[in-house]
Design a protein around this ligand. Sequence first.
Ligand SMILES: CC(C)(COP(=O)(O)OP(=O)(O)OC[C@H]1O[C@@H](n2cnc3c(N)ncnc32)[C@H](O)[C@@H]1OP(=O)(O)O)[C@@H](O)C(=O)NCCC(=O)NCCS
Length: 189
Amino acid sequence: MSPLGVAVEVLPFKMKYIPAIMSWVKTEADMVQWAGHAFVWPMTQRQFHEHLRESKARLPSLYPFALWNRGRVFAYCELANHQRNSSSAMLSRVIVAPRRRDKGYATFMIREVLRFGFGDLGLNRIWLGVFDFNKAAIACYQRVGFVFEGTLRQSAKLGGSYWNCHVMSILRNEWMNGHGVTTAQQQSG
Ligand SMILES: CC(C)(COP(=O)(O)OP(=O)(O)OC[C@H]1O[C@@H](n2cnc3c(N)ncnc32)[C@H](O)[C@@H]1OP(=O)(O)O)[C@@H](O)C(=O)NCCC(=O)NCCS
């Protein structure tokens, strides 16, 4: 049980969560903001199933996570692109059900994922991409210890607009030194 009073399910992710997660993504812009170009609009359950196949491999490169409460999923994210030769992976597809946002759930979930990545997987680097207008996501990533590395300028295109994508990362020693480690002080703050 988390300090927020919710249970976090790490693995195995249940395929039955997929329709709920997809219901939070109402438009193509929502989809690209959330998942980049991993899916094609209109997104389908089949695409999501295909995407998650990597998590079933003998040596997976993708690990799906969900937060749930009273049998209902309300947040989702992945550790993806697990590169064993460089001990790195990418935090991706972070999303919280619209009605549950701004309550600290993403922050809690990401701290759990960092614990899994640096602890269980023994990673050295976890990185992510976030569009520059996504202030809530950036605040959340900074809160758990991610720092900016640079900006992929106009790297995504939606309709007639190009979007800038910030690259952020957290290294194992930074996480170990407490930037990403959950402490009683951080939880109450
Ligand atoms: C991004 C997202 C996952 C955050 O989830 P959440 O549970 O609301 O996140 P948290 O409550 O843990 O943290 C949100 C932080 O953003 C801050 N925030 C919210 N709106 C903000 C805004 N407009 N400007 C600046 N900061 C903002 C909150 O104050 C909080 O920071 P704090 O903890 O320092 O106070 C959620 O908004 C979401 O699902 N968005 C749609 C999908 C998406 O964009 N995913 C990210 C892809 S990179």
